[in-house]
Design a protein around this ligand. Structure first.
Ligand SMILES: *Cc1c(COP(=O)(O)O)cnc(C)c1O
Length: 383
């Protein structure tokens, strides 16, 4: 995962094991890659369209538009909505920097919101408080909310969509962690009007470089997004009808993703098994992630809350297990974003969580013996 501070060195249990995955999927990945190499259509080759169809089907929406990164997916979705100077966009402060960076980069104003202490996703009550504040202050127009499905758990979109409807906000889902997750059987991609996801290598569905995708069920939004990602061209491919960007997913990355998508359902089940194992072994000694009834996480990250984080990290490092801290500071305390926020103490839940959060190895190829060793090490370090 981008943006954490992770341990280097000799490790038996990496946070994410891309080597084990490649060894397991090698024949199908190699065949896909060699086909692209021999055909030579490296930009907008047939695999890109094939992948877009497969991703749309997988998530149960009409449109998937592949782009060059998850950050671009967020940015293009906001561009298509015409978000810019004078607009307030509400974002949880406990997220990767990309969520707020795209807002500020378009000249709009990120307004930081606190998180729910159980799910770590945006707190609906605090969202209402922040929107009311912006409306009282005047100056900015409350335009949009970016809900981040943190660590893979989908946001409670029923509640967020209802609040957004009340205040006239556009809802963008940052599903960089949650592609493959679902709520009441409905997959991420169709839970908000527009969803952005990332194919960064360590995300649940990762390619071998940068990549991302915008998902939507809305025909008119899809048309604008598709235009913007290719320089704003209209359907003739020559005349620019929007100010766009150049943000395409390479054919090679699409080919790799097609190979990985074939086993993605099985990988999600394997992640779920690891999460259940951790939960049953560690649930009585640390705070383990909670997954509300009807919600299904993609388990991009398995994060626990511990009081003595350093000693647990040290013990795990000695046992050969990697750990990381996502995120050591909420965004309103980062130097570049401090001026958008209200300083230390203003968003108490994310400030407290950032002090205690710790990520353990989580990937579909983690065997029970290794997971067992990790759990025993955590338990011993805390006893
Ligand atoms: C990784 C990530 C992104 C950005 O994805 P990239 O593909 O790395 O640009 C956006 N939001 C969150 C929450 C992320 O973790």
């Amino acid at each position: 995962m981008a943006g954490g501070d992770s341990d280097a060195g000799e490790i038996l249990a990496p946070l994410v094991d891309l080597k084990a995955q490649y060894l397991s999927l090698r024949p199908r990945i190699d065949a896909r890659v060699h086909k692209v190499l021999s055909e030579g259509r490296f930009v907008l080759g047939p695999e890109v369209e094939e992948l877009e169809k497969a991703l749309a089907t997988f998530s149960g929406v009409r449109h998937a538009i592949c782009v060059a990164s998850g950050t671009d997916a967020l940015k293009i979705a906001l561009m298509a909505e015409g978000i810019g100077p004078g607009d307030a966009v509400f974002v949880p402060s406990f997220t990767f920097v990309a969520t707020a960076e795209v807002v500020a980069g378009l000249g709009a104003t990120p307004v930081f919101v606190d998180i729910d202490k159980k799910t770590f996703n945006i707190d609906p009550d605090d969202l209402c408080r922040c929107v009311e504040q912006v409306r009282r202050d005047g100056g900015l127009q409350a335009r949009a909310v970016i809900a981040v499905d943190l660590f893979g758990l989908p946001t409670d979109y029923a509640t967020i969509n209802e609040i957004a409807g009340r205040y006239g906000l556009f809802v963008l889902a940052d599903a960089a962690h949650s592609f493959g997750g679902s709520v009441l059987g409905y997959r991420v991609g169709g839970l908000a009007p527009v969803t952005a996801t990332s194919f960064y290598p360590s995300k649940p569905l990762g390619c071998y470089g940068d990549g991302g995708c915008v998902l939507t069920d809305d025909d008119s939004r899809a048309k604008i997004i598709r235009s913007i990602h290719r320089h704003g061209f209209g359907s003739d491919g020559h005349s620019a009808i929007h100010v766009g960007v150049n943000s395409r997913l390479d054919t090679l990355q699409a080919a790799i993703l097609l190979a990985k998508l074939e086993v993605f359902e099985d990988e999600l089940k394997a992640r779920e098994r690891v999460a259940h194992y951790y939960g049953s072994e560690l649930g009585s000694v640390v705070t383990v992630p909670s997954c509300p009834a009807g919600f299904s996480s993609a388990w991009a990250v398995y994060a626990i809350l511990v009081r003595d984080r350093n000693s647990v990290r040290e013990a795990l490092a000695q046992a050969g297990a990697a750990t990381a801290v996502y995120y050591s500071a909420p965004l309103h305390l980062h130097p570049a974003y401090a001026s958008y926020g209200n300083g230390p103490g203003s968003l108490p839940v994310c400030e407290r969580v950032s002090q205690r959060i710790l990520s353990l190895p989580m990937h579909p190829y983690l065997d029970e013996a290794t997971a067992g060793l990790i759990c025993q090490t955590v338990i011993r370090a805390l006893s």
